[in-house]
Design a protein around this ligand. Structure first.
Ligand code: ADP
Ligand code: MG
Length: 179
């Protein structure tokens, strides 16, 4: 890593509108400023919505790694400005949204602040974050455990499917890094 840059893991999700187009544009928007450089982009996975109102469309989720000179707070602001650009709907907690961007980790930085909790407090139990992350960083750990092992134990693991470009793919995650 270049001096002055910190590696951050970002998780993106969309379950409203042209979900794949939104994710594609969001990746480009997130790495648009010179302070943010792209390291890796995961495959897109399709996930049942966890929590929130019943009957919402499936989520498309993916993880990207970046290196950045932005502070954690500035990176959060940047992520939120990208969410806002995509007209994110915020009325219902855990309801449908055009775009959700969460910071999963920022280097080794830890924070209990509810405005920016790091590592993200729910990442360790979300296969839709852990599994795509494990595909681009197989050796990564969270709370001292391999993320692929955490993914396999996560309650939503069986709800994941590879994104087939259309929607109703009736499959299971490819083997990848999950043992
Ligand atoms: P969620 O992502 O949990 O579904 P929201 O996207 O609506 O919910 O986020 C609610 C708030 O969570 C944001 O306003 C933000 O300040 C806060 N937050 C705390 N930690 C993080 C984090 N690691 N990444 C993104 N947002 C966070
Ligand atoms: Mg969020």
């Amino acid at each position: 890593m270049t001096t002055g840059y910190t590696k951050a893991v970002l998780a993106l999700g969309s379950n409203l509108g042209e979900r794949n187009d939104t994710l594609s544009e969001a990746v480009a928007d997130l790495v648009d400023p010179p302070e943010v450089r792209l390291l890796a982009v995961s495959p897109v996975v399709q996930t049942k919505a966890v929590g929130g109102p019943a009957g919402q469309p499936d989520f498309l989720n993916m993880v990207m790694t970046v290196e950045t000179t932005l502070s954690p707070a500035k990176l959060l602001q940047h992520c939120q400005s990208v969410e806002n650009k995509h007209h994110r709907v915020r009325e219902v907690r855990w309801g449908p949204r055009t775009l959700d961007v969460d910071i999963i980790t920022y280097g080794d930085f830890t924070s209990d602040d509810p405005v920016l909790t790091l590592p993200h407090p729910r990442a360790a139990e979300r296969a839709f974050v852990l599994y795509p992350w494990s595909l681009i960083e197989p050796a990564a750990t969270l709370n001292g455990e391999r993320i692929s092992a955490l993914a396999a134990r996560a309650p939503d693991f069986d709800d994941l499917a590879p994104f087939d470009g259309f929607g109703d793919f009736d499959g299971v995650p490819t083997a990848g890094a999950v043992e």
